[in-house]
Design a protein around this ligand. Sequence first.
Ligand code: NAP
Length: 298
Amino acid sequence: MFGKKKKQVDQAELELLKNAQRRIKQKKGVYTHFILFLIGSVCFIIANLVLGIGETVTIFNTHWFVTAIGVWFLLFLYHAFNVFVTSKFMGKQWQDDQLNQLITKQKAKITEMQKQVEKDFPLLASKSTIKTKKQANITLIVAAGEDNAIGKDNDLIWHLSDDLKRFKNLTDGHHIIMGRKTFESFPKPLPNRTHIVITRQDNYQVPTGVIVVHNLEDAFDAARSDSQPFVIGGGEIYKQALPFADKIELTRVHESFKNADVFFPEIDASIWKATNTVLHEKDEKHAYSFSFITYERG
Ligand SMILES: NC(=O)c1ccc[n+]([C@@H]2O[C@H](COP(=O)([O-])OP(=O)(O)OC[C@H]3O[C@@H](n4cnc5c(N)ncnc54)[C@H](OP(=O)(O)O)[C@@H]3O)[C@@H](O)[C@H]2O)c1
């Protein structure tokens, strides 16, 4: 395992060394060019002024050697510019190789992370399967405090009779999907609704008519004939079902409940838009004011 890694490092070092050598050669080339330019220029001056070669030849009204030295100097500047300014230290090929190596490493990391997510959250990972199989119009119905509190000690934290009425009206005649703990928080199954209870237990016993499933996908399948099945909680099931929901019927209780032990997940404002809000004031029958808010995917 370690041997293999060492080989990769050596290869990278070798590449660095090669590039450093190439760079040294390029710089040496510039210095050599400069020396040649100086010697050449002196030779031109001596040839013209001392030896009288081309004494009468002029270019642009100046001695030919001045023009020749000027042109050579420009060529030298171009050479030096290429080496020191435009030529990147490691060359384009090396940069491309590094980029490819980085991309490959990142892809491997992402694959690794995806595997971990699939392992940790099997239900979320199978989201695409559920999406293709599920019928439209899955509604989450919930009552939550300002801090998203929904329950404590496997019970509700408040009693709001008008909220219960609304729950009954909306879910009447429909399939209601719930976690095992929420099911157990009812004294008995609610009338005129088809209960679908999600549990990991193999032999979970329920009254006649109650459907038991072992994952969310099977719960949606069991409610296939319903044009609007409701997910009614609790915390664990809301969290898993939220990505597949089309609507949320939220009763926002205008109070925070510090002692709660179960919470509704955060409603992402970039995904969900409130399409209807009705305020219900606090009164003698209701200890808190609350609002019925309908959220739909925006
Ligand atoms: N305010 C509201 O609107 C509202 C609504 C409903 C509930 N609540 C409150 O919420 C609380 C209950 O919520 P909770 O989060 O504790 O429990 P829950 O979501 O009702 O049920 C959790 C149980 O569901 C089963 N389960 C969860 N994920 C599963 C999966 N992927 N596959 C198979 N089975 C799975 C497990 O049952 P097993 O352990 O049997 O395997 C798990 O223990 C209570 O306090 C209740 O009063 C509030």
